[in-house]
Design a protein around this ligand. Sequence first.
Ligand SMILES: Cc1cc2nc3c(=O)[nH]c(=O)nc-3n(C[C@H](O)[C@H](O)[C@H](O)COP(=O)(O)OP(=O)(O)OC[C@H]3O[C@@H](n4cnc5c(N)ncnc54)[C@H](O)[C@@H]3O)c2cc1C
Length: 592
Amino acid sequence: MQTHRHEVIIVGAGGAGLMAALYASRNTDTAVISKLYPTRSHTGAAQGGISAALGNHEEDNPDWHVYDTVKGSDYLADQDAVEILCREAIDVVLELEHMGLPFDRTPDGRIAQRRFGGHTSNFGEKPVRRACHAADRTGHMILQTLYQQCIKNDVNFYDEFHVVDLIMNGDRPAGIVAIELGTGEMHIFQAKSILFATGGWGKVWQISSNAYTLTGDGNAILLRKGLPAQDMEFYQFHPTGIFRLGILITEGVRGEGGVLLNDKGERFMERYAPTIKDLASRDVVSRAIYLEVQEGRGINGKGYVHLDITPETVNHYLQKEGEKRRIDREYIETKLPDILDFCRTYLGVDPVHEPMPVQPTAHYAMGGIPTNAETEILANAAGDIVPGLYAAGECACVSVHGANRLGTNSLNDLVVFGRRGGLRAAEYAKDADWVPLPDDPAGEIRAALEGIRNANGSTRPIELRERMMTIMSRDVGVFRTEEGMSRALEEIRELQETFRTDLTIDDTGHIFNFDLLEAWETGNLLDLAEVTAASALARRESRGAHSREDFPERDDENFLTHTLATVDVNGKISLDYKPVVITKHQPKERVY
Ligand SMILES: Cc1cc2nc3c(=O)[nH]c(=O)nc-3n(C[C@H](O)[C@H](O)[C@H](O)COP(=O)(O)OP(=O)(O)OC[C@H]3O[C@@H](n4cnc5c(N)ncnc54)[C@H](O)[C@@H]3O)c2cc1C
């Protein structure tokens, strides 16, 4: 077993991990450990844009961005953190530009911006162009740009190393344990500061926009160390996934003028959100699609609606709304090339001629590892931190997204809090002493993995995953009830029991043993599913993405709070609550 030492270790090489690494590596010895080759991280799949109130096309300012983010969050976001997000977004987008990121341009050479759901000018008056983009490949460009900068800065990369445990010495983090995929060898990494940037866990649900690798490893590892998970009940369903496949069709399509239509050809969002219609926030649009389908207005009575970006339809509505702008096929080809490609390849549908079949798809975790605005991980509701431990990006919950995230507000979250995390982790490492490694630091996880490798039960991990995805989509999806969530919780616990007592895998070898690691990831997904269902069951109100048929109203008196879930050594979940930080915007009814 090899042991390595770096002052700062970043787990994850997506946008958050790379931005953190870039900053930490400026004055400390920094290493990034990633189970994927860095440029394969999910950030590279991000399409529509990154928001910053640059005002390149029309007046905009960060105060409006703050208001939209807080309103979009259904007032659950911490407003001090949202202020940081919206102000620093401007700075980091310009920084990315200076690093060489090839943004689309306005005719006079500034960064081009487009509309996106929930982003408005003058506190909700009308949609505003705030999403900076590079065609519909914004995340790809961010990831490539940051990776190049990290290489230039001599960041140490351990690619295709799968992190399986955090080493604690008492209550101090001392390092991590990782498996080198190519050899199966276990490595110990000792560090002074450790930052988790492991991304989301959309693979808990059946229809998902998320990559296969998004299994919430960092979150599950920290839960097992007794640390809390915050606001897990808030999981976003993006309204427009390709029917049955879940592949994302960016909200940028609607930002460019695309509309949602039901079987009767009605632009149904006019009924649900009369002011900003198809550009209402995602929770609102997903529920509207679900209701249209439930009431029999899905296309041909099926479980989907149409998303129409054909120039005929778009220009018809632009004209109806008194807008001067018109679009043509060439414009769509330049602004949304990847989307057109996906539909032509996977569906045989050409969006410049015909509408796309879409349904809500599991997309984004608003909850996660609780941190403060310096990305320091919180140990409890009182806000005590674990010195030397950080989290940023989708795995973290600062919380800037509250109960529902606005589109394009994740990419800026990655770079704003990635940068803060990198700086803070490096600063801490400068003065901190090395925490000694305990005896046999990988003993526990080695035993757990050997247990999986040699398990002689009869259930394959994929069977457990499929059952979990069905249960969670049925009972802990867009709409929820007490009965459904209680049933889900019970069934997920049965799956966890099967995982412990009746597992089997086919590959018992060492080289690239994905069978083993996917089994381990399945355990992570099950743990996150359980915590999600338990947190959701206890929240007896509807807010943002958490929509209960039995408690349809938001209840600020009892639930204007963040949930913190912890799991004890016997696997018992306890829930605690902490207040939301409210500065300027008092909770109001959300009207779009
Ligand atoms: C299809 C799609 C389109 C999107 N479009 C947009 C958009 O236009 N605008 C926007 O703002 N947001 C968008 N989002 C959301 C946004 O892209 C993600 O929230 C964000 O990219 C997450 O970045 P991250 O750095 O936190 O993690 P990721 O980019 O997911 O990276 C996670 C990293 O962690 C590593 N990792 C995970 N587990 C382990 C482990 N056990 N050991 C070692 N390494 C590990 C992985 O190798 C990877 O490098 C989109 C998301 C999807 C899925």
